[in-house]
Design a protein around this ligand. Structure first.
Ligand code: UGA
Length: 324
């Protein structure tokens, strides 16, 4: 496939890009290296991709880049770029969320239309559900986001649906459920947790720890992204890890894998949903999705990566249980 990956230097984008290149696909990667976290970390994420001569790297903002030119001739655009972070999305920063999650998504869809109806796979989020009416949550339930971030991700999904219906741009939105693995964003729970356990720091837990998440290993997400691109599926599908685990259970698991852990308990964070759990039947029927990596295996690979002196990530799960 000839692929475009937006947000190519991010956590999921860089894993997706490396996997596509290793499978023989061509990739044009776009990223403007925002300073939400240290851009040097993102540059490091691209090291593997830059070794391939089938990778073309374009450092640009989606609202400025010549997207029609970049998309022309592509089989698929994986639109992963965006402003992440549930908890910081309140207040004055909302304009950034609007620009990077809504305006940028519209720019991508418009360019995909003009470039000849290129397929767009959009990285949506479980946060569109808010505190869902039932668990595991199916796509047919009414989304009710409880954070401004979730509102912008839902708006992006609606734009995808609109461009599909109005112009025939084939779009698929995957609602990703709390993705984790080596290179996870430094503001997310597991990367902080594993760093604290391995390096001996303190992990700050928001709330009672009874909140649950359907944590999804990044290799499972990468496989879902590629499989949906190669399928005829359009519409919305959940991508979950297959089990619902509380943060308290995660703390025990990390302590087992990496040694004792110091935890400071803080109040719950505004905008955090209480629970998530994905019903993945639509993804299973639509493009054969089933998660393969257990939470224990996935966390063990993060611990191993953190311990590696070079800072290089562990690839063991990608060779075995997490076959892509
Ligand atoms: C994550 C991503 O950050 C979002 O971009 C994504 O859209 C979302 O998943 C999703 O699936 O919709 P979140 O579930 O908040 O959001 O992921 P984590 O940062 O890993 O947090 C998991 C739980 O740990 C939350 O209850 C959070 O409050 C808690 N947490 C997080 C802590 O207790 N301490 C921390 O330092 C960070």
């Amino acid at each position: 496939m000839r692929c475009v990956v937006t947000g190519v230097a991010g956590f999921v984008g860089s894993h997706l890009c490396e996997s596509l290149l290793s499978w023989g696909d061509e990739v044009v990667g776009i990223d403007c290296l925002t300073d939400y976290y240290d851009p040097r970390r993102k540059e490091q994420n691209l090291r593997g991709a830059l070794e391939h001569d089938t990778f073309r790297w374009c450092r640009d903002d989606l609202l400025q880049a010549p997207l029609v030119d970049l998309f022309t001739g592509a089989d698929v655009v994986f639109h992963l770029a965006g402003q992440p972070g549930v908890r910081p999305s309140w207040g004055r920063d909302f304009a950034t969320y609007l620009s990077r999650n809504v305006l940028a998504t519209q720019a991508v869809l418009e360019a995909a239309r003009q470039a000849g109806l290129v397929k767009v796979v959009y990285a949506s989020s479980s946060s569109v559900y808010g505190d869902a009416e039932s668990y595991p949550t199916a796509e047919t339930l009414r989304p009710q986001p409880v954070s401004p971030y979730g509102v912008t991700k839902l708006a992006g999904e609606h734009l995808c649906e609109l461009y599909r219906v109005a112009f025939g741009v084939p779009t698929a939105s995957l609602r990703l459920f709390t993705v984790y693995g080596p290179r996870q964003r430094p503001d997310m729970a597991f990367s902080r947790l594993v760093a604290a356990a391995v390096r001996g720091g303190v992990f700050e837990l928001y709330g009672s720890g009874t909140q649950t998440r359907d944590f999804t290993f990044v290799a499972d997400v990468v496989r879902a992204l590629r499989d949906v691109a190669r399928s005829g599926f359009t519409g919305v599908a959940n991508i979950g890890g297959g089990s619902r685990t509380s943060m308290n259970e995660v703390l025990h698991l990390v302590a087992e894998l990496a040694g004792p852990l110091e935890v400071r308990r803080l109040p719950a964070a505004r905008g955090d949903v209480r629970d998530t759990a994905a019903d993945t039947q639509v993804a299973c029927r639509g493009f054969g999705y089933a998660p393969r990596v257990s939470l224990r295996e996935g966390l063990a690979s993060m611990v191993e990566a953190e311990r590696a002196t070079t800072g290089a990530t562990s690839e063991s799960l990608f060779r075995t249980g997490g076959r892509l």
